[in-house]
Design a protein around this ligand. Sequence first.
Ligand code: MN
Length: 261
Amino acid sequence: MDRRNFFQGTAAAAATGLTGCAAMGAAGSNARAAFAIPDVGIPVVGSAEVFPVRRIYCIGRNYAAHSREMGSDPTREPPFFFQKPTDAIQYVPTGSVADHPYPSLTKNYHYEAELVACLGSGGRNIPVASALQHVWGYTLGLDMTRRDLQRAMGDEKKPWEIGKSFDHSAPIGPVHRVAQTGHFTQGAIWLKVNGQTRQSANLNQMIWSVAEQIAKLSEANELFPGDIIYSGTPENVGPVVKGDVIEMHIDGLPNLSVRIV
Ligand code: MN
């Protein structure tokens, strides 16, 4: 199923009502969009609802061993975040192996397995102690990365954008309501390529917890319902090529699988 067609006509109200950015309002309350663009959302498990996605935030280097493999010192670094475009979402239904296109421009295309927190409310300067109250649900996803381009841009002190924020760069599973799963503070996270384990760690090895990530992000930007946060990847990131099948797992969630095509 094509993801753009899938989401057409869903959650139309959410796109204009949630953010307060009032892009349409600038031209007056009767203004119509000149043309339609797809809404982006992620199906919610066990319901006909779609979780509308407003922004995709991602934390960098949030597991110590991964931070070291990327050449950083995990003991000194405050958390930092980047974004992917909302329409980078590639929804992967549970039980399927979705075709994931190998992107242009790269010769070193990497997987990063991550827990994703999905916010149902937001705010500014959210305290760590109450931060998890803003989580509506959880899922799992891949922060796909053109590693060669990310590194080259970093070496030149240029933005990571081309390495991280491109079409289809955010494969993601269905959203599970927090009421059904509880919060994810520990549990296995692993990733296999063609059946061989490549990443294997525990969520309790995050440097900055999901609650701390929400608190920190809310100091930089007001958070809103529909914001989702990729919470970082463990060590042993690595490349895939066309034909490879990625399977990832987090305890308490169904596995997610894609085939690189
Ligand atoms: Mn990542």
